[in-house]
Write a protein that binds this ligand. Structure first.
Ligand code: SF4
Length: 521
């Protein structure tokens, strides 16, 4: 019997094209892409007798182009290129990498992530690239089997994007060599998925659903222990709504009991204001920063966006609660809601400064493909941007009723400049340093100071501080790949997609979402 042909798997997180057309690459990234580690953890040593070898590439932090040599046929092996975690603003880059690999004889290419899970990709099918429409656990085994046999299906996961129960293996952390590509040796860990709320601009509920699904606590603990042993020094829990995660107390208690002294960052909704016990437990377990999507101080704007659970009069209390427990508060703000005016945004910035969270980030309201807001704006003819590269929350992509695009972009950078004045940053650092000292303190100070420096530098250059890393390096650009894109896909720009409807199975999972009655008013 013939020996199975070994499978070489290249897991690649594509970057995106910047406004100047260059691929965004950075000398130091902010955080290793957790989907790469996750898929590597899900990959067995062999499939149907064929040995599997896995390479991972986070394109954001590869400042030389040597890794592109991996996108080629290898004699004596089959190659599978998996383009992972592809968001709409990364689609062109992912398609270009797919076209490059196919032109060099790579046998199998699959593209997965938020874009194919939430948007209709039919127009791209049948051109040599397979599309993953579901979470990795649902379809990765079938993709690997088909790659070993030699041919992928056009799509995987059409029956439903989510699995009801999560039971993945512990995450394999990045190597020390890979960790050195990042400003801080940090790892993203995803113990629970989904959010019960219904914000119309939110892609999370389309990508992960509205029912909270969580992996066993023991799996997360094993992941954290492996991370510590691998040299990870900070963790970001990437679950979008940590305070709605049903086993949150069990996980935090286990972290304390197991002595895992790893400072971590969480994202919570504004209802954390009623959960002081949880804030105290978060602090004891090592939380150094809490990210909260406050978005706006206008109840009218929040109401129109279906973010009814946010009550601006409670925001000050969230800052106080965090401060009382040695956690830095990070408020995320959206500029350019339909009711916003220039005066309203200036007032927002002043109100925020007076509240004084330790960290703030600002984004331009972007109808992200796949969201309810995107479908609504598309149907109403409000979308003005034809290039998906620009749908990254730093550019204006739709016709705002009151604000010209240039003005809104200017206001974005102005908010950064005004929030991060030298005097205010020093005052925040001093206030934090005066508080209690424990194993989170250095992370907390770095969180305040590092983000402030990055924000000032980025605003001065008119780039977004959360673009993916620091010290940008320009190497190759979209124009270098355009002939391949045209030949393979027949266009310069992918057509703006329609949203992909949820299947009956996904709707059934969503029906298990538990929305706290008290927070809907
Ligand atoms: S609370 Fe956050 S994660 Fe949940 S739906 Fe709203 S924006 Fe999305």
């Amino acid at each position: 019997m013939a020996r199975p042909v070994p499978l070489r798997i290249v897991l690649l997180k594509p970057s995106k094209y910047g406004v100047d057309g260059y691929v965004e690459r950075f000398r130091w990234g902010f955080m290793p892409n957790s989907t790469l580690s996750y898929l590597k953890s899900l990959t067995p040593a062999a499939v149907d007798g064929a040995p599997c070898e896995v390479a991972t590439v986070d394109e954001y932090v590869h400042t030389d182009l040597a890794y592109l040599a991996q996108l080629a046929h290898t004699p004596g092996k089959r190659t599978l290129l998996a383009l992972v975690a592809v968001q709409s603003h990364q689609l062109h880059r992912a398609l270009d990498l797919a076209a490059l690999a196919l032109s060099r004889g790579v046998e199998n290419v699959v593209l997965g992530g938020p874009h194919p899970m939430t948007c209709d990709t039919t127009a791209l099918h049948g051109r040599g690239v397979s599309f993953a429409l579901a979470e990795a656990e649902v379809i990765w085994p079938a993709i690997l089997r088909d790659a070993v046999e030699g041919e992928l299906l056009p799509t995987y996961g059409e029956d439903g994007r989510w699995q009801a129960r999560l039971d993945p293996p512990p995450l394999l952390p990045p190597s020390r060599r890979d960790l050195r590509r990042y400003a801080v040796p940090m790892l993203g860990v995803y113990p629970a998925r989904g959010c019960p709320y219904t914000c119309n601009f939110c892609s999370v509920i389309k990508i992960a659903g509205r029912a909270m699904r969580s992996q066993p606590v023991a799996t997360t603990i094993a992941t954290l222990k492996a991370a510590v042993a691998a040299g990870v020094r900070l963790v970001m829990f990437t679950s979008d709504n940590f305070n709605k995660y049903p086993e949150v107390s069990a996980l935090l208690t286990a972290m304390i009991e197991e002595g895992i002294r790893l400072p971590f960052f969480v994202q919570c909704d504004t209802q954390i204001v009623r959960q002081e016990e949880l804030v105290a437990l978060l602090a004891r377990a090592g939380c150094f920063q809490m990210f909260v999507g406050v978005e706006s101080f206008s109840r009218e704007a929040l109401h129109a966006a279906h973010k009814l659970q946010n009550h601006p009069e409670q925001y000050a209390r969230i800052v106080e609660l965090c401060r009382a427990h040695g956690i830095t508060s990070h408020f995320s703000n959206i500029l350019g809601f339909p009711t916003d005016t220039e005066a309203a945004i200036r007032e927002h910035a002043a109100t925020l400064a007076a509240l004084g969270p330790d960290v703030a980030s600002f984004y331009i309201l972007t109808p992200i493909p796949g969201t309810e807001q995107y479908e609504d704006f598309l149907t109403r003819g409000l979308i003005t941007e034809a290039n998906l590269d620009r749908f990254d929350a730093t550019a204006v992509t739709w016709r705002h009723p009151h604000l010209a695009p240039d003005r809104l972009v200017e206001l974005l950078y102005r908010c950064y400049r005004e929030f991060y004045t030298g005097r205010q940053v020093l005052a925040r650092l001093a206030a934090y340093a005066r508080g209690r000292r424990d194993f989170r303190t250095v992370a907390g100070l770095l969180g305040i100071g590092g983000y402030a420096v990055q924000s000032r530098l980025a605003a001065a250059r008119r780039t977004h501080p959360m673009a993916g890393g620091t010290a940008r390096v320009c190497r190759d650009r979209a124009a270098d790949y355009l002939p391949l894109r045209r030949r393979r896909f027949g266009f310069d720009l992918a057509p703006l997609p329609r949203n992909l409807a949820l299947t009956t199975a996904d709707q059934e999972i969503n029906r298990h979402a538990k929305l706290p009655v008290a927070t809907t008013a």
